[in-house]
Ligand binder design. Structure first.
Ligand SMILES: C[S@@+](CC[C@H](N)C(=O)[O-])C[C@H]1O[C@@H](n2cnc3c(N)ncnc32)[C@H](O)[C@@H]1O
Length: 1024
């Protein structure tokens, strides 16, 4: 049995002592201390505490209590009721029980005494000052279970485990029937055609199979658990699927026999459902089925569609806030006739249920029949939502009315004014048409948040949405200065774009809970600017939980969705009728405590019923689309931009810049294939990849050429696909190995590799082919490279060969390189890349007409190393490319000279003297220079080079020279190791048989370079 660690109890005691000392009796704080104790202690049992809950008893009576225990499947396992220390606990308990409080597993306490009821009997009564008694009480409270709850847990675990096998058997049966049954083949083909014409033209046969599987495996839950025997008949889509299933089962297999293997699951659900009278509790099962089904069945679908239901406190807060906003700003209400509401990604229907719950009886039926709309693209949640919504209505009105507002449809395909094609079945088409025609006023929901795939071979892409994506290009992307814009096409930003367009020119409200990265990330600067234009008020409640930004947080503990990215609730209001003069929305922002756990965030939302009870901070967004300006220095804007997107593209009115053009390093999408320390290994890898490409190309030519993603062989030991390579294959382009494409590159700081530099095999060369078009350019051209906007750590380095986009960078960012020269692609037409405007400006400023562009180039390199510059403008440098101040003439000369010295050291590091290290040899093993993986000693003063050799005597200052999140020396140790790529199996081996001492030499040179760099930096001027 789990136990409670003594420190948990100690923490409670000290918190309580602090509260009592601080202000006598602060009842709220005493309660929170106990709530935290329940949360911390319950974790070992997998329990979370959700504060301020309501329980429905009987048909319409509800009781409020201070908190409840929820288990990992979100089932209610216990109730906690807190009383004030001065209250007479016994009297309070009697009155609560008389009021109908359940006593199955209920804990009453007043911080002095506690009483636990279990199975309707008093199980324990204790003095809370006694640690032993308190521990016993808590352990008994957490351990309480009921047989049907245990069965349910076991059944869900088994269900999740077995779903893949069951699904595979159905898939096998389908494959077999497609071969042998003409009837089924016809039924299946016409169903596929139906899905293509109505849901998605790119629907694959596999997706249709998935629908049949979802239907077959879950339909009984709706019929039996939810007492809806007519479900299949009543639901238009289910009826259509039944037809196909009937043909499938006509010959092939007995449906009942097949499903008998799932009996244990259905029975467990049925049993535990029977013990619960409250429907909302029952629908928790459905939520569980929703998540667990897809987690077990297909994590790909769970990922691309964002299968996770929205926690009730969030839904409640959002619906209450929208209701309040409607009252405050539009003098209307969700209950008013004419206020059409849409959830574009309804999932299990949580928002619709909460809205129904809020509506007044007098308008409920009208709203239900005509003004509530929602969409869902996956079959199972579509069934669940329909079931839930219809039941909620039935419960309120005691009358079954089919819910016509739900469409089985892809929201992002539903463009305004687009003539509606057939949507599956006539009934669904009609509903879609009705929704299209409706003057939607409120859009509310929880859009999916995934960003598409990282790796082309995973074949798990978000589908393309030509219309919405064009709109994003015309708006969010157009207004953006960011160089990487792929994130703008994330599903959730598409849903923002779609919803804004869905309002058309009308006033209205959008309320989403979604990935919150758009609030701060640089890629979304354009989206932020557009939102300010599109609306008149914006409220962002940042629920935090960004594990990538703060790795000390835990997704499962701190994030409200258990994910790694930040989550935000956004309320967008357009009220031009009330604020016709507003050019830009007022922007209100609030952020929950970074360290709050999920339960604490829920409690906060429960306690702050709607948007009015939040202490909003009014933000003053900058003209470049920054909303959160904390820590930024205003004078940065007065400096000269090193480069800008506008100046680069020659936009009229663009602010003049120092460099005319700039470029990210190369992003290959297949590093292990196209980079290598060894030229022969590189050639073999490229040739192998190309042979396989050729083979696939021939196969494709002979195929029906329908779906390239499904067609190609994704075996990563043979090839690494990218969309460029797939397009080349479709266009029948021959790709041949050429020696001239093998070029030198700076893969990571102080790590040179060979690259196969090719316009197809490198996914993005950006402008590097115009910076280093050939080897000649390597003798004269130099680029200053810095961490691009949004990088977690600042980086600055210099290169005279092709740099990789991730050189000096860790995390999701890339670098930006500012070269001295630019060429045409064939190497001709060399021109200087520092603008004449900058030359004149610097000459005038320093009063030195002899100053040339190289002086400016090195000044920039020197300045970007100045510690006071980097510290003072750290926040600005996260949001903008560097801006360069014009320092006094003497400082200019000093920095330019220092920059020249630094560049010379960094470019020619392999020619520098070696720092003397002590060689400590281990005679017990055979001698070798070969490196497998080097390690630093604990105090970092030595490198364990290999088993035979340790290099001692590294001075600590070496580590002060950092690029990104590592020192120069640590980059070398990290990169110079033998490793094999996990996916392709390709080996990376830095050992050079012709020059076995090369790595030791490099280490000593990099130590020397680091020390000299640190010494030069110490002499740099401090900014005034
Ligand atoms: C985060 S979930 C919604 C959760 C919902 N509020 C609930 O509590 O159950 C997102 C839902 O949107 C659906 N979805 C994703 N893309 C969609 C699209 N393009 N059109 C309609 N629904 C979509 C997914 O299948 C998923 O059920």
């Amino acid at each position: 049995m789990p136990t409670i660690a003594p420190k948990v109890l100690n923490a409670y005691r000290s918190e309580l002592a602090r509260v009592l000392k601080a202000g006598g009796v602060n009842e709220g704080a005493i309660r929170i201390a106990f709530q935290n104790l329940l949360g911390d202690a319950g974790r070992a049992w997998g329990m979370t505490v959700v504060a301020e809950q309501t329980l429905l008893v009987g048909s319409r009576k509800s009781l409020r209590f201070d908190g409840e225990l929820r288990d990992s499947l979100n089932l209610r396992r216990g109730i906690w009721e807190a009383k004030d220390p001065a209250d007479d606990l016994e009297r309070e308990i009697t009155s609560k029980i008389q009021a109908g409080y359940p006593t199955k597993n209920t804990l009453f306490e007043n911080s002095r005494h506690a009483v636990l009821y279990q199975n309707n009997q008093r199980a324990l009564s204790i003095d809370m000052h006694d640690d032993r008694q308190l521990l016993r009480l808590l352990e008994t409270f957490f351990s309480y279970s009921e047989p049907q709850v245990d069965d349910f847990h076991q059944a869900v675990a088994r269900f999740r485990r077995e779903i893949p096998d069951l699904a595979a058997s159905v898939a096998e049966i389908i494959a077999n029937e497609l071969k042998h049954s003409r009837d089924f083949k016809l039924a299946f083909a016409s169903f596929v055609a139906l899905c293509r014409s109505s849901l998605n033209p790119q629907t694959t046969e596999q997706q249709v199979e998935e629908m049949l599987i979802q239907h077959l495996l879950t339909e009984r839950i709706f019929r039996s658990v939810f007492d809806n025997p007519d479900f299949v008949r009543r639901n238009a889509i289910a009826a259509e699927l039944e037809k196909v299933i009937t043909v499938l089962t006509k010959r092939a297999f007995s449906r009942d026999k097949f499903l008998a293997s799932l009996d244990y699951f259905y029975k467990a659900i049925e049993n535990s459902a029977r013990t619960i009278s409250d429907y909302s509790e029952k629908s928790t099962f459905l939520n569980t089925v929703y998540e667990q089904f897809f987690q077990g069945y297909s994590t790909n679908i769970a990922d691309t569609h964002g299968i996770v239901y929205t926690p009730a406190p969030i839904v409640r807060w959002m619906v209450a806030s929208v209701e309040q906003l409607l009252r405050d700003q539009f003098d209307s209400s969700l209950s008013d006739k004419g206020v059409h509401v849409l959830d574009p990604c309804v999932g299990t229907g949580t928002f619709m249920l909460e809205i129904l719950n809020q509506l007044q009886n007098s308008t409920l039926e009208h709203k239900y029949r005509h003004e509530l709309h929602c969409n869902e693209i996956l079959l199972l949640p579509y069934y669940i939502a329909a079931q839930n919504i219809e039941h909620e209505f039935y419960d309120r009105m005691q009358n079954y009315v089919a819910f016509d507002g739900i469409c089985f449809a892809d929201t992002l395909e539903m463009e305004a004014n687009k003539p509606q094609t057939s949507m599956f079945v006539a009934e669904n088409s009609q509903r879609v048409q009705q929704q299209q025609d409706a003057p939607i006023f409120v859009i509310i929901g929880n859009p999916p948040y995934n960003v598409g795939q990282q790796n082309e071979n995973d074949n798990n892409k978000n589908r393309k949405y030509p219309h919405v994506d064009t709109r994003i290009r015309q708006t969010y992307a157009k207004s953006s200065k960011a160089s990487l814009q792929t994130k703008l096409y994330d599903m959730y930003s598409r849903f923002f774009r779609w919803a804004t367009d869905r309002l058309g020119d009308n006033d209205g409200v959008i309320a989403y809970v979604s990935n919150g990265s758009f609030v701060e990330q640089i890629a979304f600067d354009g989206m932020r600017k557009e939102l300010l234009k599109d609306f008149t008020s914006i409220y962002v409640l940042d629920l935090g939980g960004n594990v990538r930004k703060n790795p000390k947080l835990s997704g499962t503990t701190h994030n409200v969705f258990g994910i790694q990215v930040s989550v935000a609730i956004t309320l967008l209001i357009r009220n031009r009728a009330k604020y016709p003069e507003r050019q830009q929305a007022e922007l209100l922002y609030a952020r929950l405590d970074e360290w709050w756990r999920r339960g604490e965030k829920y409690s906060y939302l429960n306690q702050h019923t709607d948007y009015r009870s939040i202490a909003w901070q009014q933000l003053q967004p900058t003209s470049n689309g920054t909303w959160i300006t904390e820590g930024m220095s205003d004078d940065f804007a007065a400096f000269i931009p090193i480069g800008s997107k506008e100046a680069r593209s020659g936009s009229v009115g663009a602010e003049p810049t120092i460099f005319k053009d700039y470029s990210v390093g190369v992003l290959t999408s297949r590093d292990s294939w196209v980079y290598n320390f060894n030229s022969q290994a590189l050639e073999i890898n490229i040739r192998n990849l190309l042979i396989f490409y050729e083979y696939e190309k021939i196969r494709w030519k002979k195929s029906d050429k329908i779906d390239i993603d499904r067609f190609v062989n994704n075996d990563e030991t043979k090839i690494k696909w990218s969309d460029l390579l797939k397009n080349a294959l479709i266009k029948d382009i021959d790709i041949n190995f050429a020696n001239t494409k093998v070029r030198k590159s700076l893969y990571r700081p102080f790590t040179k590799k060979l690259i196969y530099f090719d316009s197809i095999l490198n996914q993005r060369r950006y402008s590097q082919h115009k910076i280093y078009p050939n080897s000649d350019a390597e003798n004269e051209n130099i680029s200053i490279c810095v961490a691009s906007i949004g990088a977690d750590h600042w980086t600055i380095f210099v290169s005279n060969i092709i740099p990789d986009a991730k050189c000096g960078i860790t995390g999701n960012s890339i670098n930006q390189c500012f070269p001295f020269y630019i060429y045409d692609e064939d190497g001709s037409n060399r021109r200087e890349n520092i603008s004449d405007w900058a030359l004149q400006r610097f000459q005038a400023h320093t009063g030195n007409s002899k100053l040339d562009k190289w002086d400016i180039f090195y000044y920039v390199y020197g300045l970007l190393h100045v510690p006071s510059y980097r510290e003072r403008y750290a926040a600005n440098l996260k949001l903008e490319l560097p801006r360069i101040p014009l320092l006094a003439p003497a400082q200019f000369a000093q920095l330019s000279a220092a920059g020249r010295q630094l560049a010379e050291l960094h470019l020619n590091y392999e020619q520098q003297a070696e720092y003397k290290l002590k060689h400590v040899e281990n005679r017990a093993v055979p001698w070798t220079w070969r490196v497998e993986k080097m390690r630093l000693s604990r105090d970092k003063s030595a490198i364990i080079y290999n088993q035979a050799l340790t290099l001692e005597g590294i001075p600590p200052e070496v580590y002060e020279y950092r690029l990104g999140n590592r020192s120069a020396l640590e980059w070398v140790l990290d990169q110079y190791q033998v490793s094999s790529d996990k996916r392709s199996g390709i080996l990376s081996d830095p050992n050079n048989l012709d020059d076995p001492e090369a790595i030791v030499r490099l280490i000593k040179q990099v130590i020397n370079v680091s020390l000299k760099t640190v010494a030069i930096i110490k002499q740099l001027p401090v900014l005034a």
